[in-house]
Ligand binder design. Structure first.
Ligand code: PMP
Length: 388
């Protein structure tokens, strides 16, 4: 390894920003690491389904050996497009009362592939400052011009749309519904009202952290806020609340056909194994009626937000993702270690994932957390906070 790589690693280490892979063994709402059991507050398994024995057993009973395939053997455009893709996509389209759904290998594939496919040099992308890295990479691969607007600053966004609408063939507003690091939300009715004023403005919404969690049937914030039909590209992922893998976009028939013909991260990759799609379809059907889990998650999230939002210097979560901002990376790492010793598996989130000076612990609640777990968490944080 050359000196430049080593010195970069040393710098990361010195500033508390070195990342490492650590092995964990999940057990229900808990996990084991180095023989220690901790409450899992770091996974995206928001409904607490990934380790659910009842669901796993039921699923395995429904699956026959023909459907039990562990490889799709090629891209969807070659021999990888098994019938379960059609069943899953038809089910999703029906749930959203939409023309079409298209399934991808991951949210990263979806977000890094759709924008390059649908934009060209006569397109403008207006993207929230805090969008996920997968969207940033998609923008980087596209030929469009991009302007990042200040986080959730709709006055600035409205001005940008107004100033540019006539100069570009298409404008894409790109945002998340629940933001992955701050846990705050977009105002979807306001974004919809804005896009409706212009025939060439499209709304691209990443619901990765809301799918399964929000809305009466878990379809996301667009369901909750009654705007599903107004979102041009509604992206959801299966690797979080749906306890599976993959992603989807809800869109028009024409757009689906266009993406199948142009989207490199769909065309040039081996399709998901059919067994994963079977599990996804099974879970998507179950999630529809999991209101009790969603309500419990909402209740405990409310309780944690009440305790932590005041400590966060203006960053104000409104969801089940609640940051605990500590500022400098070393301080954040130190607090993560202390909380892990107390039995809470929390991890430091540091630059470049978040802006410098806003290193944090990202508390990612799930429906398996009990009220007692939550009270103990709040009490422990408040106690440790006093010693900072
Ligand atoms: N979008 C957002 C907002 C995310 O947080 C993530 C992953 N954390 C992704 C997309 C990527 O999804 P996936 O993990 O399925 O690649």
């Amino acid at each position: 390894m050359t000196d430049s790589y080593s010195s970069r690693l040393e710098t990361l280490d010195r500033t508390g920003n070195l990342r490492q892979l650590s092995e964990i063994d999940p057990q229900g709402g808990y996990l084991q690491r180095n023989g220690i059991s901790m409450l899992n507050l770091s996974s995206n398994d928001y409904l607490g389904l990934a380790d659910n024995e009842i669901l796993k057993t039921e699923f395995l009973q429904t699956i026959n050996s023909r459907d039990c395939r562990f490889s799709s053997t090629s891209s969807r455009l070659l021999t990888g497009n098994y019938p379960v893709y059609t069943r899953l996509e038809e089910r999703l389209a029906r749930l959203y009362d939409a023309e079409s759904a298209l399934v991808f290998n991951s949210g990263y594939h979806a977000n890094s592939g759709i924008l390059p496919a649908v934009t060209d040099s006569r397109s403008l992308i207006l993207a929230d400052k805090l969008i996920h890295a997968s969207l940033v990479d998609g923008i980087g691969l596209s030929k469009a011009r991009c302007i990042r607007y200040r986080h959730n600053n709709y006055e600035q966004l409205e001005r940008l749309v107004f100033e540019n609408a006539k100069q570009y063939n298409h404008i894409f507003i790109v945002t998340e519904s629940i933001f992955s690091m701050d846990g705050d939300e977009s105002d979807l009715p306001r974004l919809v009202a804005l896009k409706r004023q212009y025939p060439n403005v499209y709304l691209y919404l990443d619901e990765a952290h809301a799918f399964g969690v929000r809305g009466l049937h878990g379809l996301g914030c667009a369901e909750e806020q009654g705007v599903i039909g107004d979102i041009d590209f509604l992206v959801g992922t299966f690797g979080k609340a749906a306890a599976s893998v993959g992603a989807f976009v809800i869109c028009s028939n024409k757009m689906k056909q266009y993406l199948v013909n142009t989207m490199r991260t769909l065309i040039f990759t081996t399709a998901l194994p059919p067994i994963n799609l079977e599990w996804t379809l099974f879970i998507v059907n179950k999630i529809y009626d999991m209101q009790a889990r969603r309500e419990h998650l909402d209740r405990i999230a409310h309780r944690v937000r009440e305790a932590l939002n005041p400590l966060n210097g203006g960053i104000c979560s409104s969801s089940h993702i609640i940051p605990y901002i500590l500022g400098e990376s070393e301080r954040t790492v130190d607090m993560a270690i202390r909380l892990q010793r107390e039995g809470f598996y929390l991890l430091p989130v540091r630059p470049p994932t978040v802006p410098p000076g806003t290193s944090r612990l990202r508390i990612s609640l799930n429906a398996e957390c009990s009220d007692t777990d939550i009270e103990r968490l709040i009490h422990t944080i408040q106690h440790l906070q006093q010693s900072l």
